[in-house]
Design a protein. Structure first.
Ligand code: RB5
Length: 150
């Protein structure tokens, strides 16, 4: 799978570890994040990754900042993005199964390296369940269309 990854300055080491681990499993990883710990602005990375996912450059993506929150808020501003912050594996598989999340986010200050890998694995192994959940995903798109009219 072609997977994007993006991070701010708080998450360089964790990004590198997750990217290497994904590559070991045969995934292609596209790095949209920063590679130094010099302070940067996480909305820039969140938007970049959100646009890459929305455009189909990558099938899904992993976003990491201090909490996972700021960078996911930025990504969610892009139409078609469903970025979900997860700190546990139950949420990680449910956001794929029910919300068809196309970006998973977490915080380098919140989860350790092994938990982060467990979260990404739970997300990648899960499948969207469709049905009533697809009806609700379509409602997200309707909200985006109403925004365009304003
Ligand atoms: C950076 O200090 C921090 O605010 C950022 O990584 C993130 O936690 C924002 O949500």
């Amino acid at each position: 799978m072609k997977i994007g990854i993006g991070n701010d300055h708080t998450a360089v080491a964790l990004k590198n570890e997750i990217a290497a681990w994904l590559k070991e499993q045969g995934h292609e990883v596209v790095n949209y994040g920063v590679d130094t710990e010099e302070s940067c602005h996480y909305p820039v990375i969140g938007e970049k990754v959100g646009r890459a996912v929305a455009a189909g450059e990558v099938e899904c993506a992993v976003l990491i900042c201090g909490t996972g929150v700021g960078i996911s808020i930025a990504a969610n501003k892009v139409d078609g993005v469903r970025a979900a912050v997860c700190s546990d594996t139950t949420t990680a598989h449910l956001v794929k199964e029910h919300n068809n999340a196309n970006i998973i986010a977490f915080g380098a200050r919140i989860v350790g390296n092994e938990k982060a890998k467990d979260i990404v694995k739970a997300y990648l192994d899960a499948e969207f369940q469709g049905g009533r959940h697809a009806t609700r995903i379509a409602m997200f798109e309707e909200i985006e269309k109403r925004n365009e009219r304003n």
